[in-house]
Design a protein around this ligand. Structure first.
Ligand SMILES: *Cc1c(COP(=O)(O)O)cnc(C)c1O
Length: 366
C-alpha cells in the first residue's frame, strides 16, 4: 500500500500540463495575441486595478461583465450566460454537470485536447471521430457516431484547433440536427478564434435550443486574464452555473476584462493586423517547396513539412518557438503549428522557414 493509492489510477497515469519557459524566444507556440496594450492604456488599467477591493470576495461587479459580454457578443437578454476561468474551466464544469453513468462526450479529432481530457477526468466516456485527411468533418462518420453513442456533449470548434479551418456548414447543420433528433444531447460550438474568423454560429443559438456557444477572451488578447463565457438557453446554462465555484472569476479578471471590452476597438485593430499578417505568412509559405500550409481562419497556421521534429528544432535553434503537433494524431503526421505574431516576428519566422524548408515535400502521408 502506498499513499498514492488514494488517487484514482487514471489520475496517477496522467501527466500534468507543463508550461515551457519561453524567455528569450520569439513565442509563436500558443495562439497568443502578440500585442500588449499601448502604454497609455496600461497606465489607465493599472490605476483601475489599484482601486479594486482585493480584501473582498468578488461581488455583483461580475454582472457588469455579464452585461458587457452580452453586448459585445450580441446575445439576447433572455439567454443564459456563464463565466469560466478561461473556457477550459467551462469545458470542465460542463463535463462534471453531465457526467451521468455511461454519458458520452464526442468530438472530431484532431481537435482541442481539453474536450477529451475533461470528459475523462469527470468520468464521461469520450468518443473521437477522425476528420478526413484534408481536415474536413467526416459527415457520415460523425452522424453514425451520434446515432450510435447518443452523446450528451458534442463539441464543434469553429475554427478548429490545431487545423485552423472552418468546417462545412452543411455538415455542421446535419450534426446539429442529428443530436437534436436524439433528443438528449447538447452541441457546444467553441468559437475561441472568433476574432479572426469570417463566420460565426451565433444565430444557431436562437434556432436550436440544444446548442451552446462558447467563447473566450484568450485569443482576443487576454490569455493571461483567464476569462471564458458560454451562452445558451437559460435553463441549460443554469445547470452549469450550479457546479461553478462561486468565486471562480477574480475581482482582477472582472475589472481587466471590463476594461478590455471598453477598449474593444483597440483589440479589433490588433485582430485586423493579425489577420493581414496571417495572409502574408500564408503567401510566403506558398513559395516554400518543403511546406504545405492549410487554409486558416484563426491566428495560427497548420503546416505539413518533411520532418516536423527537425523543423521544430531548427526554428528553436534560431530563437523561434512553435508547436510540433505531429504526435497529437496520425492525421497530423509531420505537421507543425505556427501562431501568427507581430510583423517583425513573422519576418524572422519567414526567413528561418525559407532556409529550413528548401527541400521539396517528399510525401503527403494523408
Ligand atoms: C485556446 C482554446 C480554448 C481555451 O481557451 P481558454 O484560454 O481556456 O479560454 C478553447 N477552445 C479552443 C478550440 C482553443 O483553441
Amino acid at each position: 500500500m502506498s499513499l498514492l493509492d488514494v488517487f484514482r489510477p487514471d489520475v496517477r497515469a496522467m501527466h500534468a500540463y507543463v508550461v515551457q519557459d519561453a524567455a528569450g524566444y520569439i513565442k509563436l507556440d500558443a495562439m497568443e495575441n502578440p500585442f500588449t496594450l499601448p502604454p497609455a492604456l496600461q497606465g489607465e488599467l493599472g490605476e483601475r486595478l489599484g482601486k479594486v477591493a482585493l480584501n473582498r470576495y468578488p461581488g455583483v461587479r461580475v454582472y457588469d461583465l455579464h452585461a458587457a459580454l452580452r453586448a459585445y457578443a450580441h446575445v439576447p437578454a433572455d439567454y443564459g450566460l456563464v463565466l469560466g476561468n478561461g473556457s477550459d474551466e467551462l469545458i470542465s464544469l460542463l463535463s462534471v454537470a453531465c457526467a451521468q453513468p455511461g454519458a458520452v462526450a464526442l468530438a472530431p479529432l484532431p481537435g482541442f485536447v481539453m474536450y477529451e481530457a475533461f470528459a475523462k477526468q469527470s468520468g464521461m466516456q469520450f468518443v473521437g471521430v477522425p476528420l478526413t485527411p484534408d481536415f474536413e468533418l467526416d459527415g457520415p462518420a460523425m452522424l453514425a457516431a451520434i446515432r450510435e453513442h447518443k452523446p450528451a456533449l458534442t463539441y464543434i470548434a469553429y475554427p478548429n484547433n490545431p487545423t485552423a479551418n472552418l468546417w462545412d456548414d452543411a455538415v455542421i447543420e446535419q450534426i446539429v440536427a442529428a443530436v437534436g433528433a436524439n433528443g438528449q444531447g447538447l452541441v457546444i460550438i467553441d468559437e475561441a478564434y472568433q476574432p479572426f474568423a469570417s463566420k460565426s454560429y451565433l444565430d444557431c443559438l436562437t434556432k436550436h435550443p440544444h446548442v451552446l456557444l462558447m467563447r473566450t477572451l484568450s485569443k482576443f488578447g487576454l490569455a493571461g486574464v483567464r476569462l471564458g463565457y458560454m451562452m445558451g438557453r437559460k435553463d441549460l446554462i443554469e445547470q452549469v452555473e450550479k457546479v461553478r465555484p462561486p468565486y471562480n472569476i477574480s475581482v482582477l479578471n472582472v475589472e481587466a476584462a471590463l476594461f478590455a471590452l471598453e477598449h474593444a476597438d483597440e483589440f479589433a485593430r490588433q485582430a485586423a493586423t493579425i489577420k493581414s499578417e496571417r495572409e502574408r505568412l500564408l503567401a510566403a509559405l506558398a513559395t516554400m517547396p518543403g511546406a504545405k500550409a492549410y487554409p486558416s481562419q484563426a491566428n495560427m497556421i497548420l503546416v505539413r513539412v518533411n520532418d516536423a521534429a527537425a523543423a521544430f528544432n531548427a526554428l528553436k535553434a534560431r530563437g523561434i518557438l512553435i508547436k510540433n503537433v505531429a504526435g497529437l494524431h496520425r492525421l497530423l503526421a509531420n505537421c507543425i503549428r505556427l501562431t501568427v505574431g507581430q510583423a517583425s516576428e513573422n519576418d524572422a519566422l519567414i526567413a528561418a522557414l525559407a532556409d529550413i524548408l528548401r527541400e521539396p515535400l517528399i510525401s503527403n502521408p494523408a
